[in-house]
Write a protein that binds this ligand. Structure first.
Ligand code: CUK
Ligand code: CUA
Length: 681
């Protein structure tokens, strides 16, 4: 029997074991870092932050905060009651919603129900105005109650956000929604009659005359059946120009049109501005026209669509296209006007410029003079000169693609190629002559200099990479303050990261996305990461950031009895004392008011099988005095904001006793804000 104690016996093995474990853990940690493992764990280091004392110093010490950390915390801190300087409208991804976030605090202010029912706002649970909007978005009558939102677009006046409207596309189902920024509610959804899905939308022209919706995966126009063997002949790409009528606050489908394009997969688009106003730029991939079929021994799409070195930047003369449409040179697809590809080619509406293969983002510089295309599979961004494009068009291109579209000579239209790093995707701009490009594979944001007239704004060498800041991880889009307008603000940039990996407490295998706020105020190499905001609703793609004081939302609806759908007084609004229930045959109609802390009437009796039409007016004029209305068993749930009138209709097909109640904790006697809906057999 040994006389050694367990620690003496096993000590050496434990030490060796521990070392092996630490090394293994380190390897695992490094390997699982997306973007090549350049990251290292941030260990708290005990430092002293100059100028801190008392509790602040103790906190900084305990957390190992550096002076930069403390500055970052202060830069995002907004004391209670202090509103944010900027508002970011972010795509909610396949939640089908829009996220509204304050900057620099990164506080979530609202989730706007768009393509998807949203219970808190009573969006899509009976309220007629909301059901009608969602129904506009049904596809061939088939309810589609979600959307894959990608690109929000704020309305613009002379190329600057005006804070009036917001548009957003649904990639999955080829739809565009209109949100009124007076009440932050969705007013309209249009389904594209030509394409089943989209991607390069929504983008607006500088005065919001047109909302651009670019296509993605080619299909026959109207997505009618055709064999993939007839791909080149039958399948087509498209870009749609939706006419927006500001007075009505609606897209007008009858005045809108699509442009037929070759069946390359059009990706993102951007509108020209200032010198390039009237032109639109969309890039594409799969100029190879690969049709997949890995199961039949064909190259998979990812390989088939990446064989050639070049795809095509689509250069579209929108003004010319509009002239042709107005002259009646269109055909109809599902009752929607389409400008045929052949006409577009003959009349000089469409040109191509080669672009490095499988690009992703296309972004027009603030002056409208340069167009930046990101390579995705190429470490460069390719910068096209609008001037040179115009010269090349005038000189008359000699090459054509197989659909007859003129191809401009690459070298004659490119201003510069700037090498930034791996996986460049999207570009934004600031007020100091810098451009910023997300690098997906590098998990970084690159800051680089524009040349031309932008070079006067800073001392750095033009068309050069200045610095990169690591982000965590796998960045898609980036959004800078007013970063795609004619006058970007600089100051803040948000990196919309797809992966969070190790940034937050674990919440199971589905992790949040990570929005990172970056301070871009200082020139040169200094960019500072300020804040990580986990996003538990996914997956966001693009966002736009507007100066908060440009938004002029209502505090309460302008008049008691307001219909938010029409933004006018509702004929079924009712005043206090005028509440009533009327029966006409099998129809029972209720005109009800809601005010702290009661509904009037409180008891509604009907017979099984009756059709029920129910109007509720919130007669409150106090800011924030919202009431809800929930009717159990009937899937009715509405939100009635101060001044609003809501209508819902249903058939009382279940008999019994149903207690309805207010769902917003509106007052001390909120629980008493209830009533009975009695359905006799
Ligand atoms: S996006 Cu739509 S795939 Cu890069 Cu604009 Cu995310
Ligand atoms: Cu009204 Cu609670």
């Amino acid at each position: 029997m040994s006389t050694q104690s367990p620690s003496q016996r096993y000590g050496p093995y434990l030490v060796v074991g521990l070392i092996v474990l630490v090394v293994l853990l380190a390897v695992v940690f490094i390997v699982r870092q997306p973007g090549g493992g350049a990251e290292t764990a941030q260990q708290p280091t005990v430092t002293t932050v100059p100028g801190l004392s008392g509790e602040a110093e103790a906190i900084a010490q305990a957390r190992g905060l550096t002076p930069d950390d403390v500055a970052a915390a202060l830069k995002t801190y907004m004391p209670t009651g202090r509103p944010d300087e900027y508002v970011m409208f972010s795509s909610g991804g396949h939640s089908g919603q829009v996220l509204v976030i304050g900057l620099p605090s990164m506080r979530l202010l609202k989730v706007i129900g768009v393509f998807t029912p949203e219970p808190w706002q009573g969006w899509g649970y009976g309220a007629k105005a909301t059901m009608e909007v969602l129904e506009e978005g049904y596809v061939n009558g088939q309810p589609v109650l979600w959307g894959d939102t990608h690109h929000p677009a704020l309305s613009e006046t002379q190329g600057d956000y005006d804070g009036e409207w917001l548009f957003i596309n649904d990639k999955a189902n080829g739809r565009v929604a209109v949100i009124d920024l007076r009440d932050f509610e969705t007013k309209q959804i249009v389904k594209n009659p030509v394409a089943v899905n989209d991607h390069g939308g929504a983008m607006v022209t500088p005065n919001t005359e047109w909302v651009i919706e670019g296509g993605q995966y080619a299909a026959p126009l109207g997505w009618e059946y055709a064999s993939l063997e007839d791909y080149a002949d039958e399948y087509r790409g498209m870009v749609t120009f939706w006419k927006f009528d500001r007075g009505q606050g609606r897209i007008v489908p009858e005045e809108s049109f699509a442009l037929e394009l070759p069946p390359y997969w059009q990706d993102l688009c951007d509108s020209g501005k200032l010198v390039s106003e009237g032109w639109v730029f969309c890039n594409s991939f799969n100029a190879e026209m690969a049709t997949g079929g890995v199961e039949k021994g064909n190259p998979p799409f990812e390989a088939g669509a990446s064989q050639r070195d070049m795809d095509y930047l689509h250069i579209i003369n929108l003004n010319k296209a509009v002239e042709l449409v107005q002259a009646g040179r269109t055909e109809e697809v599902n009752g929607f006007r389409v400008l045929p590809l052949q006409t577009a080619v003959e009349e000089g509406v469409l040109y191509f410029a080669p672009e490095p293969k499988s690009p992703h983002g296309v972004d027009v510089a603030p002056g409208g003079d340069y167009i930046v295309v990101s390579g995705k599979l190429d470490p460069h961004v390719t910068v096209y000169s609008f001037d040179k494009i115009m010269q090349a068009i005038e000189a008359g291109p000699t090459e054509k693609d197989e659909y007859g579209v003129p191809i401009l000579d690459f070298d004659s239209v490119v201003e510069k190629q700037v090498e930034l790093g791996l996986g460049p995707l999207h570009t934004q701009f600031d007020n100091q002559g810098y451009a910023y490009t997300s690098l997906f594979l590098d998990s970084a944001v690159a800051r680089w200099t524009l040349g031309g007239s932008y070079a006067e704004k800073n001392p750095d060498e033009p068309w050069a990479l200045i610095s990169k800041i690591p982000v965590h991880y796998n960045v898609g889009h980036i959004a800078a303050a007013e970063g795609d307008t004619v006058s970007p603000d600089g100051k803040y940039l948000v990196s919309l990261n797809k992966w969070a990996v190790d940034r937050f407490v674990g919440v199971g295998p589905l992790l949040p996305q990570n929005f990172q706020l970056i301070d871009i105020t200082q020139p040169g190499e200094q960019m500072q990461l300020l804040y990580d905001m986990p996003i538990g609703i996914g997956e966001p793609h693009y966002a736009q950031i507007i100066k908060a004081d440009k938004l002029k939302p209502w505090d309460v609806y302008p008049e008691v009895g307001w219909d938010p759908r029409t933004q006018s007084k509702d004929p079924n609004a009712v005043e206090a004392g005028q509440e009533r229930i009327e029966r006409r045959g099998n129809t029972v109609e209720i005109w009800m008011t809601a005010v702290r802390s009661h509904f009037t009437p409180e008891i509604v009796e009907v017979k099984k099988g009756d059709r029920v039409i129910w109007h509720i007016t919130n007669i409150e004029r106090a800011k924030d005095a919202t009431h809800g209305f929930a009717l159990p068993g009937y899937n009715i749930n509405v939100s009635i904001e101060p001044g609003e009138t809501v209508t819902f209709e249903f058939v009382a097909n279940q008999d019994g006793v149903f207690s309805f109640y207010c769902t917003e904790f509106c007052s001390a006697l909120h629980l008493e804000m209830t009533g009975y809906f009695l359905v006799s057999p």
